[in-house]
Design a binder for this molecule. Structure first.
Ligand code: HEM
Length: 187
């Protein structure tokens, strides 16, 4: 075997070892690291909150919070996502059941929020593999969504009636129509 052949074999072996080690290392990287760390998670969280707060179906949940309270919720969301993806953050907020109890978030609200979340991941061009982040949310549904009961149904009817002075069916249509209906009502 010539010297050149021996050198070539050695170089290829070393290259293979380096590539294998790099592949193993890539596998070992946490989802937090693969997403791009704290700043990337903060950007995704900010966009998610901004879209929820501007969404016709979801915005009712975010009315009435002071700026400081909104910042606290935002920081807790960033910390929770950071921690759940293997990042170095500490989550000091409430558990999901306590934080959302009484908000009457429905399954439809939940499904819509997931759709919005996926749109945000796409906007930030999060690769398919890292979109496993969305899967981390799924188990939270049971703590965030409240089951409708007869009492909650009746409460909703009363609320709609108080807000619009109409029966629930008409009231829902009126609320969907928004200011247009308000104008008709006062005419
Ligand atoms: C339909 C979807 C959702 C709605 C409408 C919603 C709404 C809210 C509201 C109104 C609050 C403020 C509660 C308060 O401070 O009184 C809140 C807090 C919070 N939410 Fe959600 N949420 C939704 C989904 C999620 C999801 C998917 C996550 C997790 C990734 C999440 C994580 C949090 C966190 C960390 C807080 C702050 C808890 C604290 O400050 O102790 N929420 N949410």
């Amino acid at each position: 075997m010539t010297i050149i052949r021996i050198v070539c074999i050695r170089i290829f072996t070393m290259l293979a070892v380096v590539l294998f080690a790099a592949a193993v290392k890539a596998e070992e990287r946490s989802l937090y690291q693969r997403l791009g760390g704290h700043d990337a998670i903060a950007a995704v969280s900010d966009e998610f909150i901004a879209r929820l707060a501007a969404d016709d179906q979801e915005k009712r949940f975010f009315i009435g919070f002071s700026n400081d309270s909104k910042l606290r919720i935002r920081q807790h969301l960033v910390d929770l996502v950071c921690k759940s993806t293997g990042g170095p953050c500490v989550y000091t907020g409430r558990d999901m059941k306590t934080a959302h109890a009484g908000a009457r978030i429905t399954k439809a609200d939940w499904d819509r929020s997931l759709k919005i979340f996926c749109e945000v991941l796409n906007k930030f061009k999060v690769p398919d593999k890292e979109q496993e982040l969305a899967a981390l949310l799924i188990p939270l549904e049971k703590d965030i969504v409240e089951k409708a009961t007869c009492a909650s149904h009746a409460r909703r009817h009363r609320r709609l009636r108080a807000a619009t002075g109409r029966r629930a069916g008409t009231a829902r249509r009126a609320l969907r129509a928004g200011p247009q209906w308000q104008a008709q009502k006062s005419a």
